[in-house]
Design a protein around this ligand. Structure first.
Ligand SMILES: Cc1cc2nc3c(=O)[nH]c(=O)nc-3n(C[C@H](O)[C@H](O)[C@H](O)COP(=O)(O)O)c2cc1C
Length: 158
């Protein structure tokens, strides 16, 4: 049976992580960018991975809505949840809890925060100003944790 990776991304970080998961998964895998593909038929999939990123403290509203609208169906799947964000520790955990409903977090066989990236080339001018000020940095940075991606793949592959 197939796997679906359902994701949302603003500057491509979550999409890159989703592609890495796809490369590691043993099952055939469909990539579903929730902002581009409106209708998803979950009946086609035994395994579902959902990933989003945090901007101004929140996950993409389409990820939140997808989880809420499909809660019952998702509770029947082998489920993985992941998040990209720059906060770490308790703040990152709180963002993860806010991103996905408790039922899904408890049901998922893999849950992980992969880290994130600040990519100045892809930010709009307002974002650049905000990130320079809030994060106090001038150059692009990535702190994606490759080990966590590998572990997530291993758990999902069973
Ligand atoms: C304008 C802006 C606001 C952000 N706000 C947060 C935030 O509130 N908390 C956080 O942990 N990361 C925040 N980030 C970092 C993003 O989560 C990080 O860049 C992530 O890798 C984005 O993934 P994406 O390119 O798939 O959207 C912010 C990034 C930008 C550009």
């Amino acid at each position: 049976m197939k796997t679906a990776i359902i994701y949302a991304t603003r500057h491509g970080c979550t999409e890159n992580c989703a592609n890495q998961l796809k490369e590691g998964f043993q099952n055939s895998c469909d990539m579903i960018n929730i902002k581009k593909i409106k209708k998803v038929s979950l009946a086609d999939y035994e395994t579902v991975v959902i990933g989003g990123s945090i901007h101004a403290g929140r996950v993409q509203s389409k990820i939140k809505k997808f989880c809420e609208d499909n809660l019952n169906a998702l509770m029947q799947k082998r489920l993985g949840l992941f998040l990209c964000c720059m906060e770490q520790g308790d703040k990152a955990e709180a963002q993860f809890s806010g991103a996905f409903p408790a039922e899904l977090r408890n049901h998922a066989i893999a849950t992980e925060i992969f880290g994130g990236e600040f990519n100045f080339e892809k930010m709009n001018p307002l974002e650049r100003v905000i990130i320079r000020k809030v994060a106090d940095i001038e150059i692009s940075v990535s702190n994606i944790d490759q080990q966590k991606i590998k572990e997530f793949v291993n758990v999902m592959n069973g």
